[in-house]
Design a protein around this ligand. Structure first.
Ligand SMILES: *Cc1c(COP(=O)(O)O)cnc(C)c1O
Length: 379
């Protein structure tokens, strides 16, 4: 839902569409293959409807989601491009796949039987082989059997894929996975099933593309965050910046406890800023965030003071007398970056991005201008 800017709460996630386009272009230049951006989980918190529309306009021939509802929502938002559903579906959703012309990945015996029982209502699928993730996907023999059964039922096997478990951590393991993938694809082709789309690379996998691959499917990198520590040499910039405007700056005496449990106590006469954003918005509520976390206000950092609350977080601005109510405090963006926040939260950048709460309005920016606002609430 679109809402006027001045009626929003004093917190927002700014989504830079110019950076989104530039990242997409940079990935395409590196991969030298078509890019199928992964826009699951509401485009990693960036807003799937807008992100998918912008990237399709930029040249993405198709996009990928995890679940059927996500694909249906993109159709309802008007997206016409092919949508690949990566993560499986129950048999009851076959009519939904058909109705919204979604392309599922068949990766389990149950999804295979469900598609076959649909009698061609879903005319096109991708198939998946497990090469070392031990999650979804057939064995090589299972893949060949699935491909043959689908093809003889008149269902087009448009793609074959696998998923890399350690592309950002272990090059040897990744190469072995890709060897198994090559073998499985060759076995499928030998039996006369020749999917035109062959894909394996997530963001970390862009460093391991093989001649046989005709498509890449990155998520994280599209949003301008690099997988670590093994990351492809590529220039991308964070698309999302999360910030809130300081609600109040107050003076407290030495010995004054701040926030739930009083686990932070002023050691000197202090100035405490209250920032209207908390763990329900995606601010990590961990001891490390309390002890070592920061916001950026103006030109510098200010430390978090006290336990992060559901809706609010405090910061110690004693060293920055110029800071006043109304100043913008940045939680996440170029600085602090997603990996810094991830380390304070004991998690990864993927989880940091997908944890930015749905009650934070998404403000879309292009050429420095606001071009759209999406909010779950319409105040
Ligand atoms: C999420 C996902 C991706 C994208 O992964 P990133 O690491 O974010 O690039 C690719 N393929 C599959 C099957 C996924 O589930």
């Amino acid at each position: 839902m679109t809402v006027p800017l001045d009626r929003l709460r004093a917190a927002r996630a700014r989504i830079d569409l110019d950076r989104l386009r530039a990242n997409f272009d940079a990935i395409g230049a590196l991969a030298r293959r078509p890019v199928m951006p992964v826009v699951k989980a509401d485009a990693y918190g960036h807003g799937a409807a807008t992100v998918a529309r912008v990237l399709v306009e930029r040249g993405a021939a198709r996009v990928a989601v995890a679940y059927v509802e996500e694909g249906a929502a993109l159709r309802q938002a008007g997206l016409k491009a092919p949508i690949v559903v990566l993560a499986g579906f129950p048999a009851g959703q076959v009519p939904v796949l058909a109705e919204h012309a979604l392309t599922p990945v068949v990766s389990t015996p149950l999804t295979l039987e469900a598609i076959l029982a649909g009698g061609g209502s879903v005319p096109r699928v991708h198939v998946k082989v497990d090469t070392g993730m031990s999650r979804l996907g057939f064995t090589q023999a299972g893949l060949v059997e699935a491909g043959l059964r689908l093809q003889s039922a008149g269902i087009e096997v448009e793609g074959v894929m696998t998923h890399l478990a350690c592309a950002d951590e272990d090059a040897d393991f990744t190469e072995r996975q890709l060897d198994r993938f090559d073998e499985a694809v060759a076995a499928l082709q030998e039996r006369g099933v020749r999917p035109p789309l062959v894909h394996a690379a997530n963001s970390g996998g862009l460093a391991f593309i093989r001649q046989t691959h005709t498509l890449v499917r990155p998520g994280l990198l599209v949003y301008g965050v690099k997988p670590r520590p093994l990351s492809p040499e590529i220039d991308v910039k964070p698309v999302m910046q999360v910030s809130a405007d300081v609600a109040l700056v107050k003076n407290v005496d030495p010995g004054t406890p701040v926030s739930y449990g009083g686990r932070w106590v002023a050691r000197r006469p202090s100035r405490i800023a209250t920032i209207p954003m908390g763990y329900a918005d995606g601010v990590p509520r961990t001891d490390r965030m309390r002890d070592d976390g920061h916001f950026v206000i103006g030109e510098g950092r200010v430390p978090v003071a006290g336990t992060v609350c559901m809706d609010l977080t405090m910061a110690d601005v004693t060293a920055r007398p110029e800071i006043a109510a109304g100043d913008e405090a940045i939680l996440l963006g170029d600085d602090p970056g997603a990996w810094e926040l991830a380390s304070l939260a004991g998690t990864t950048s993927w989880e940091i991005l997908t944890s930015i709460g749905s009650r934070v309005p998404r403000v879309y920016v292009e050429g420095g201008e606001v071009v759209g606002v999406e909010s779950r609430y319409q105040p």
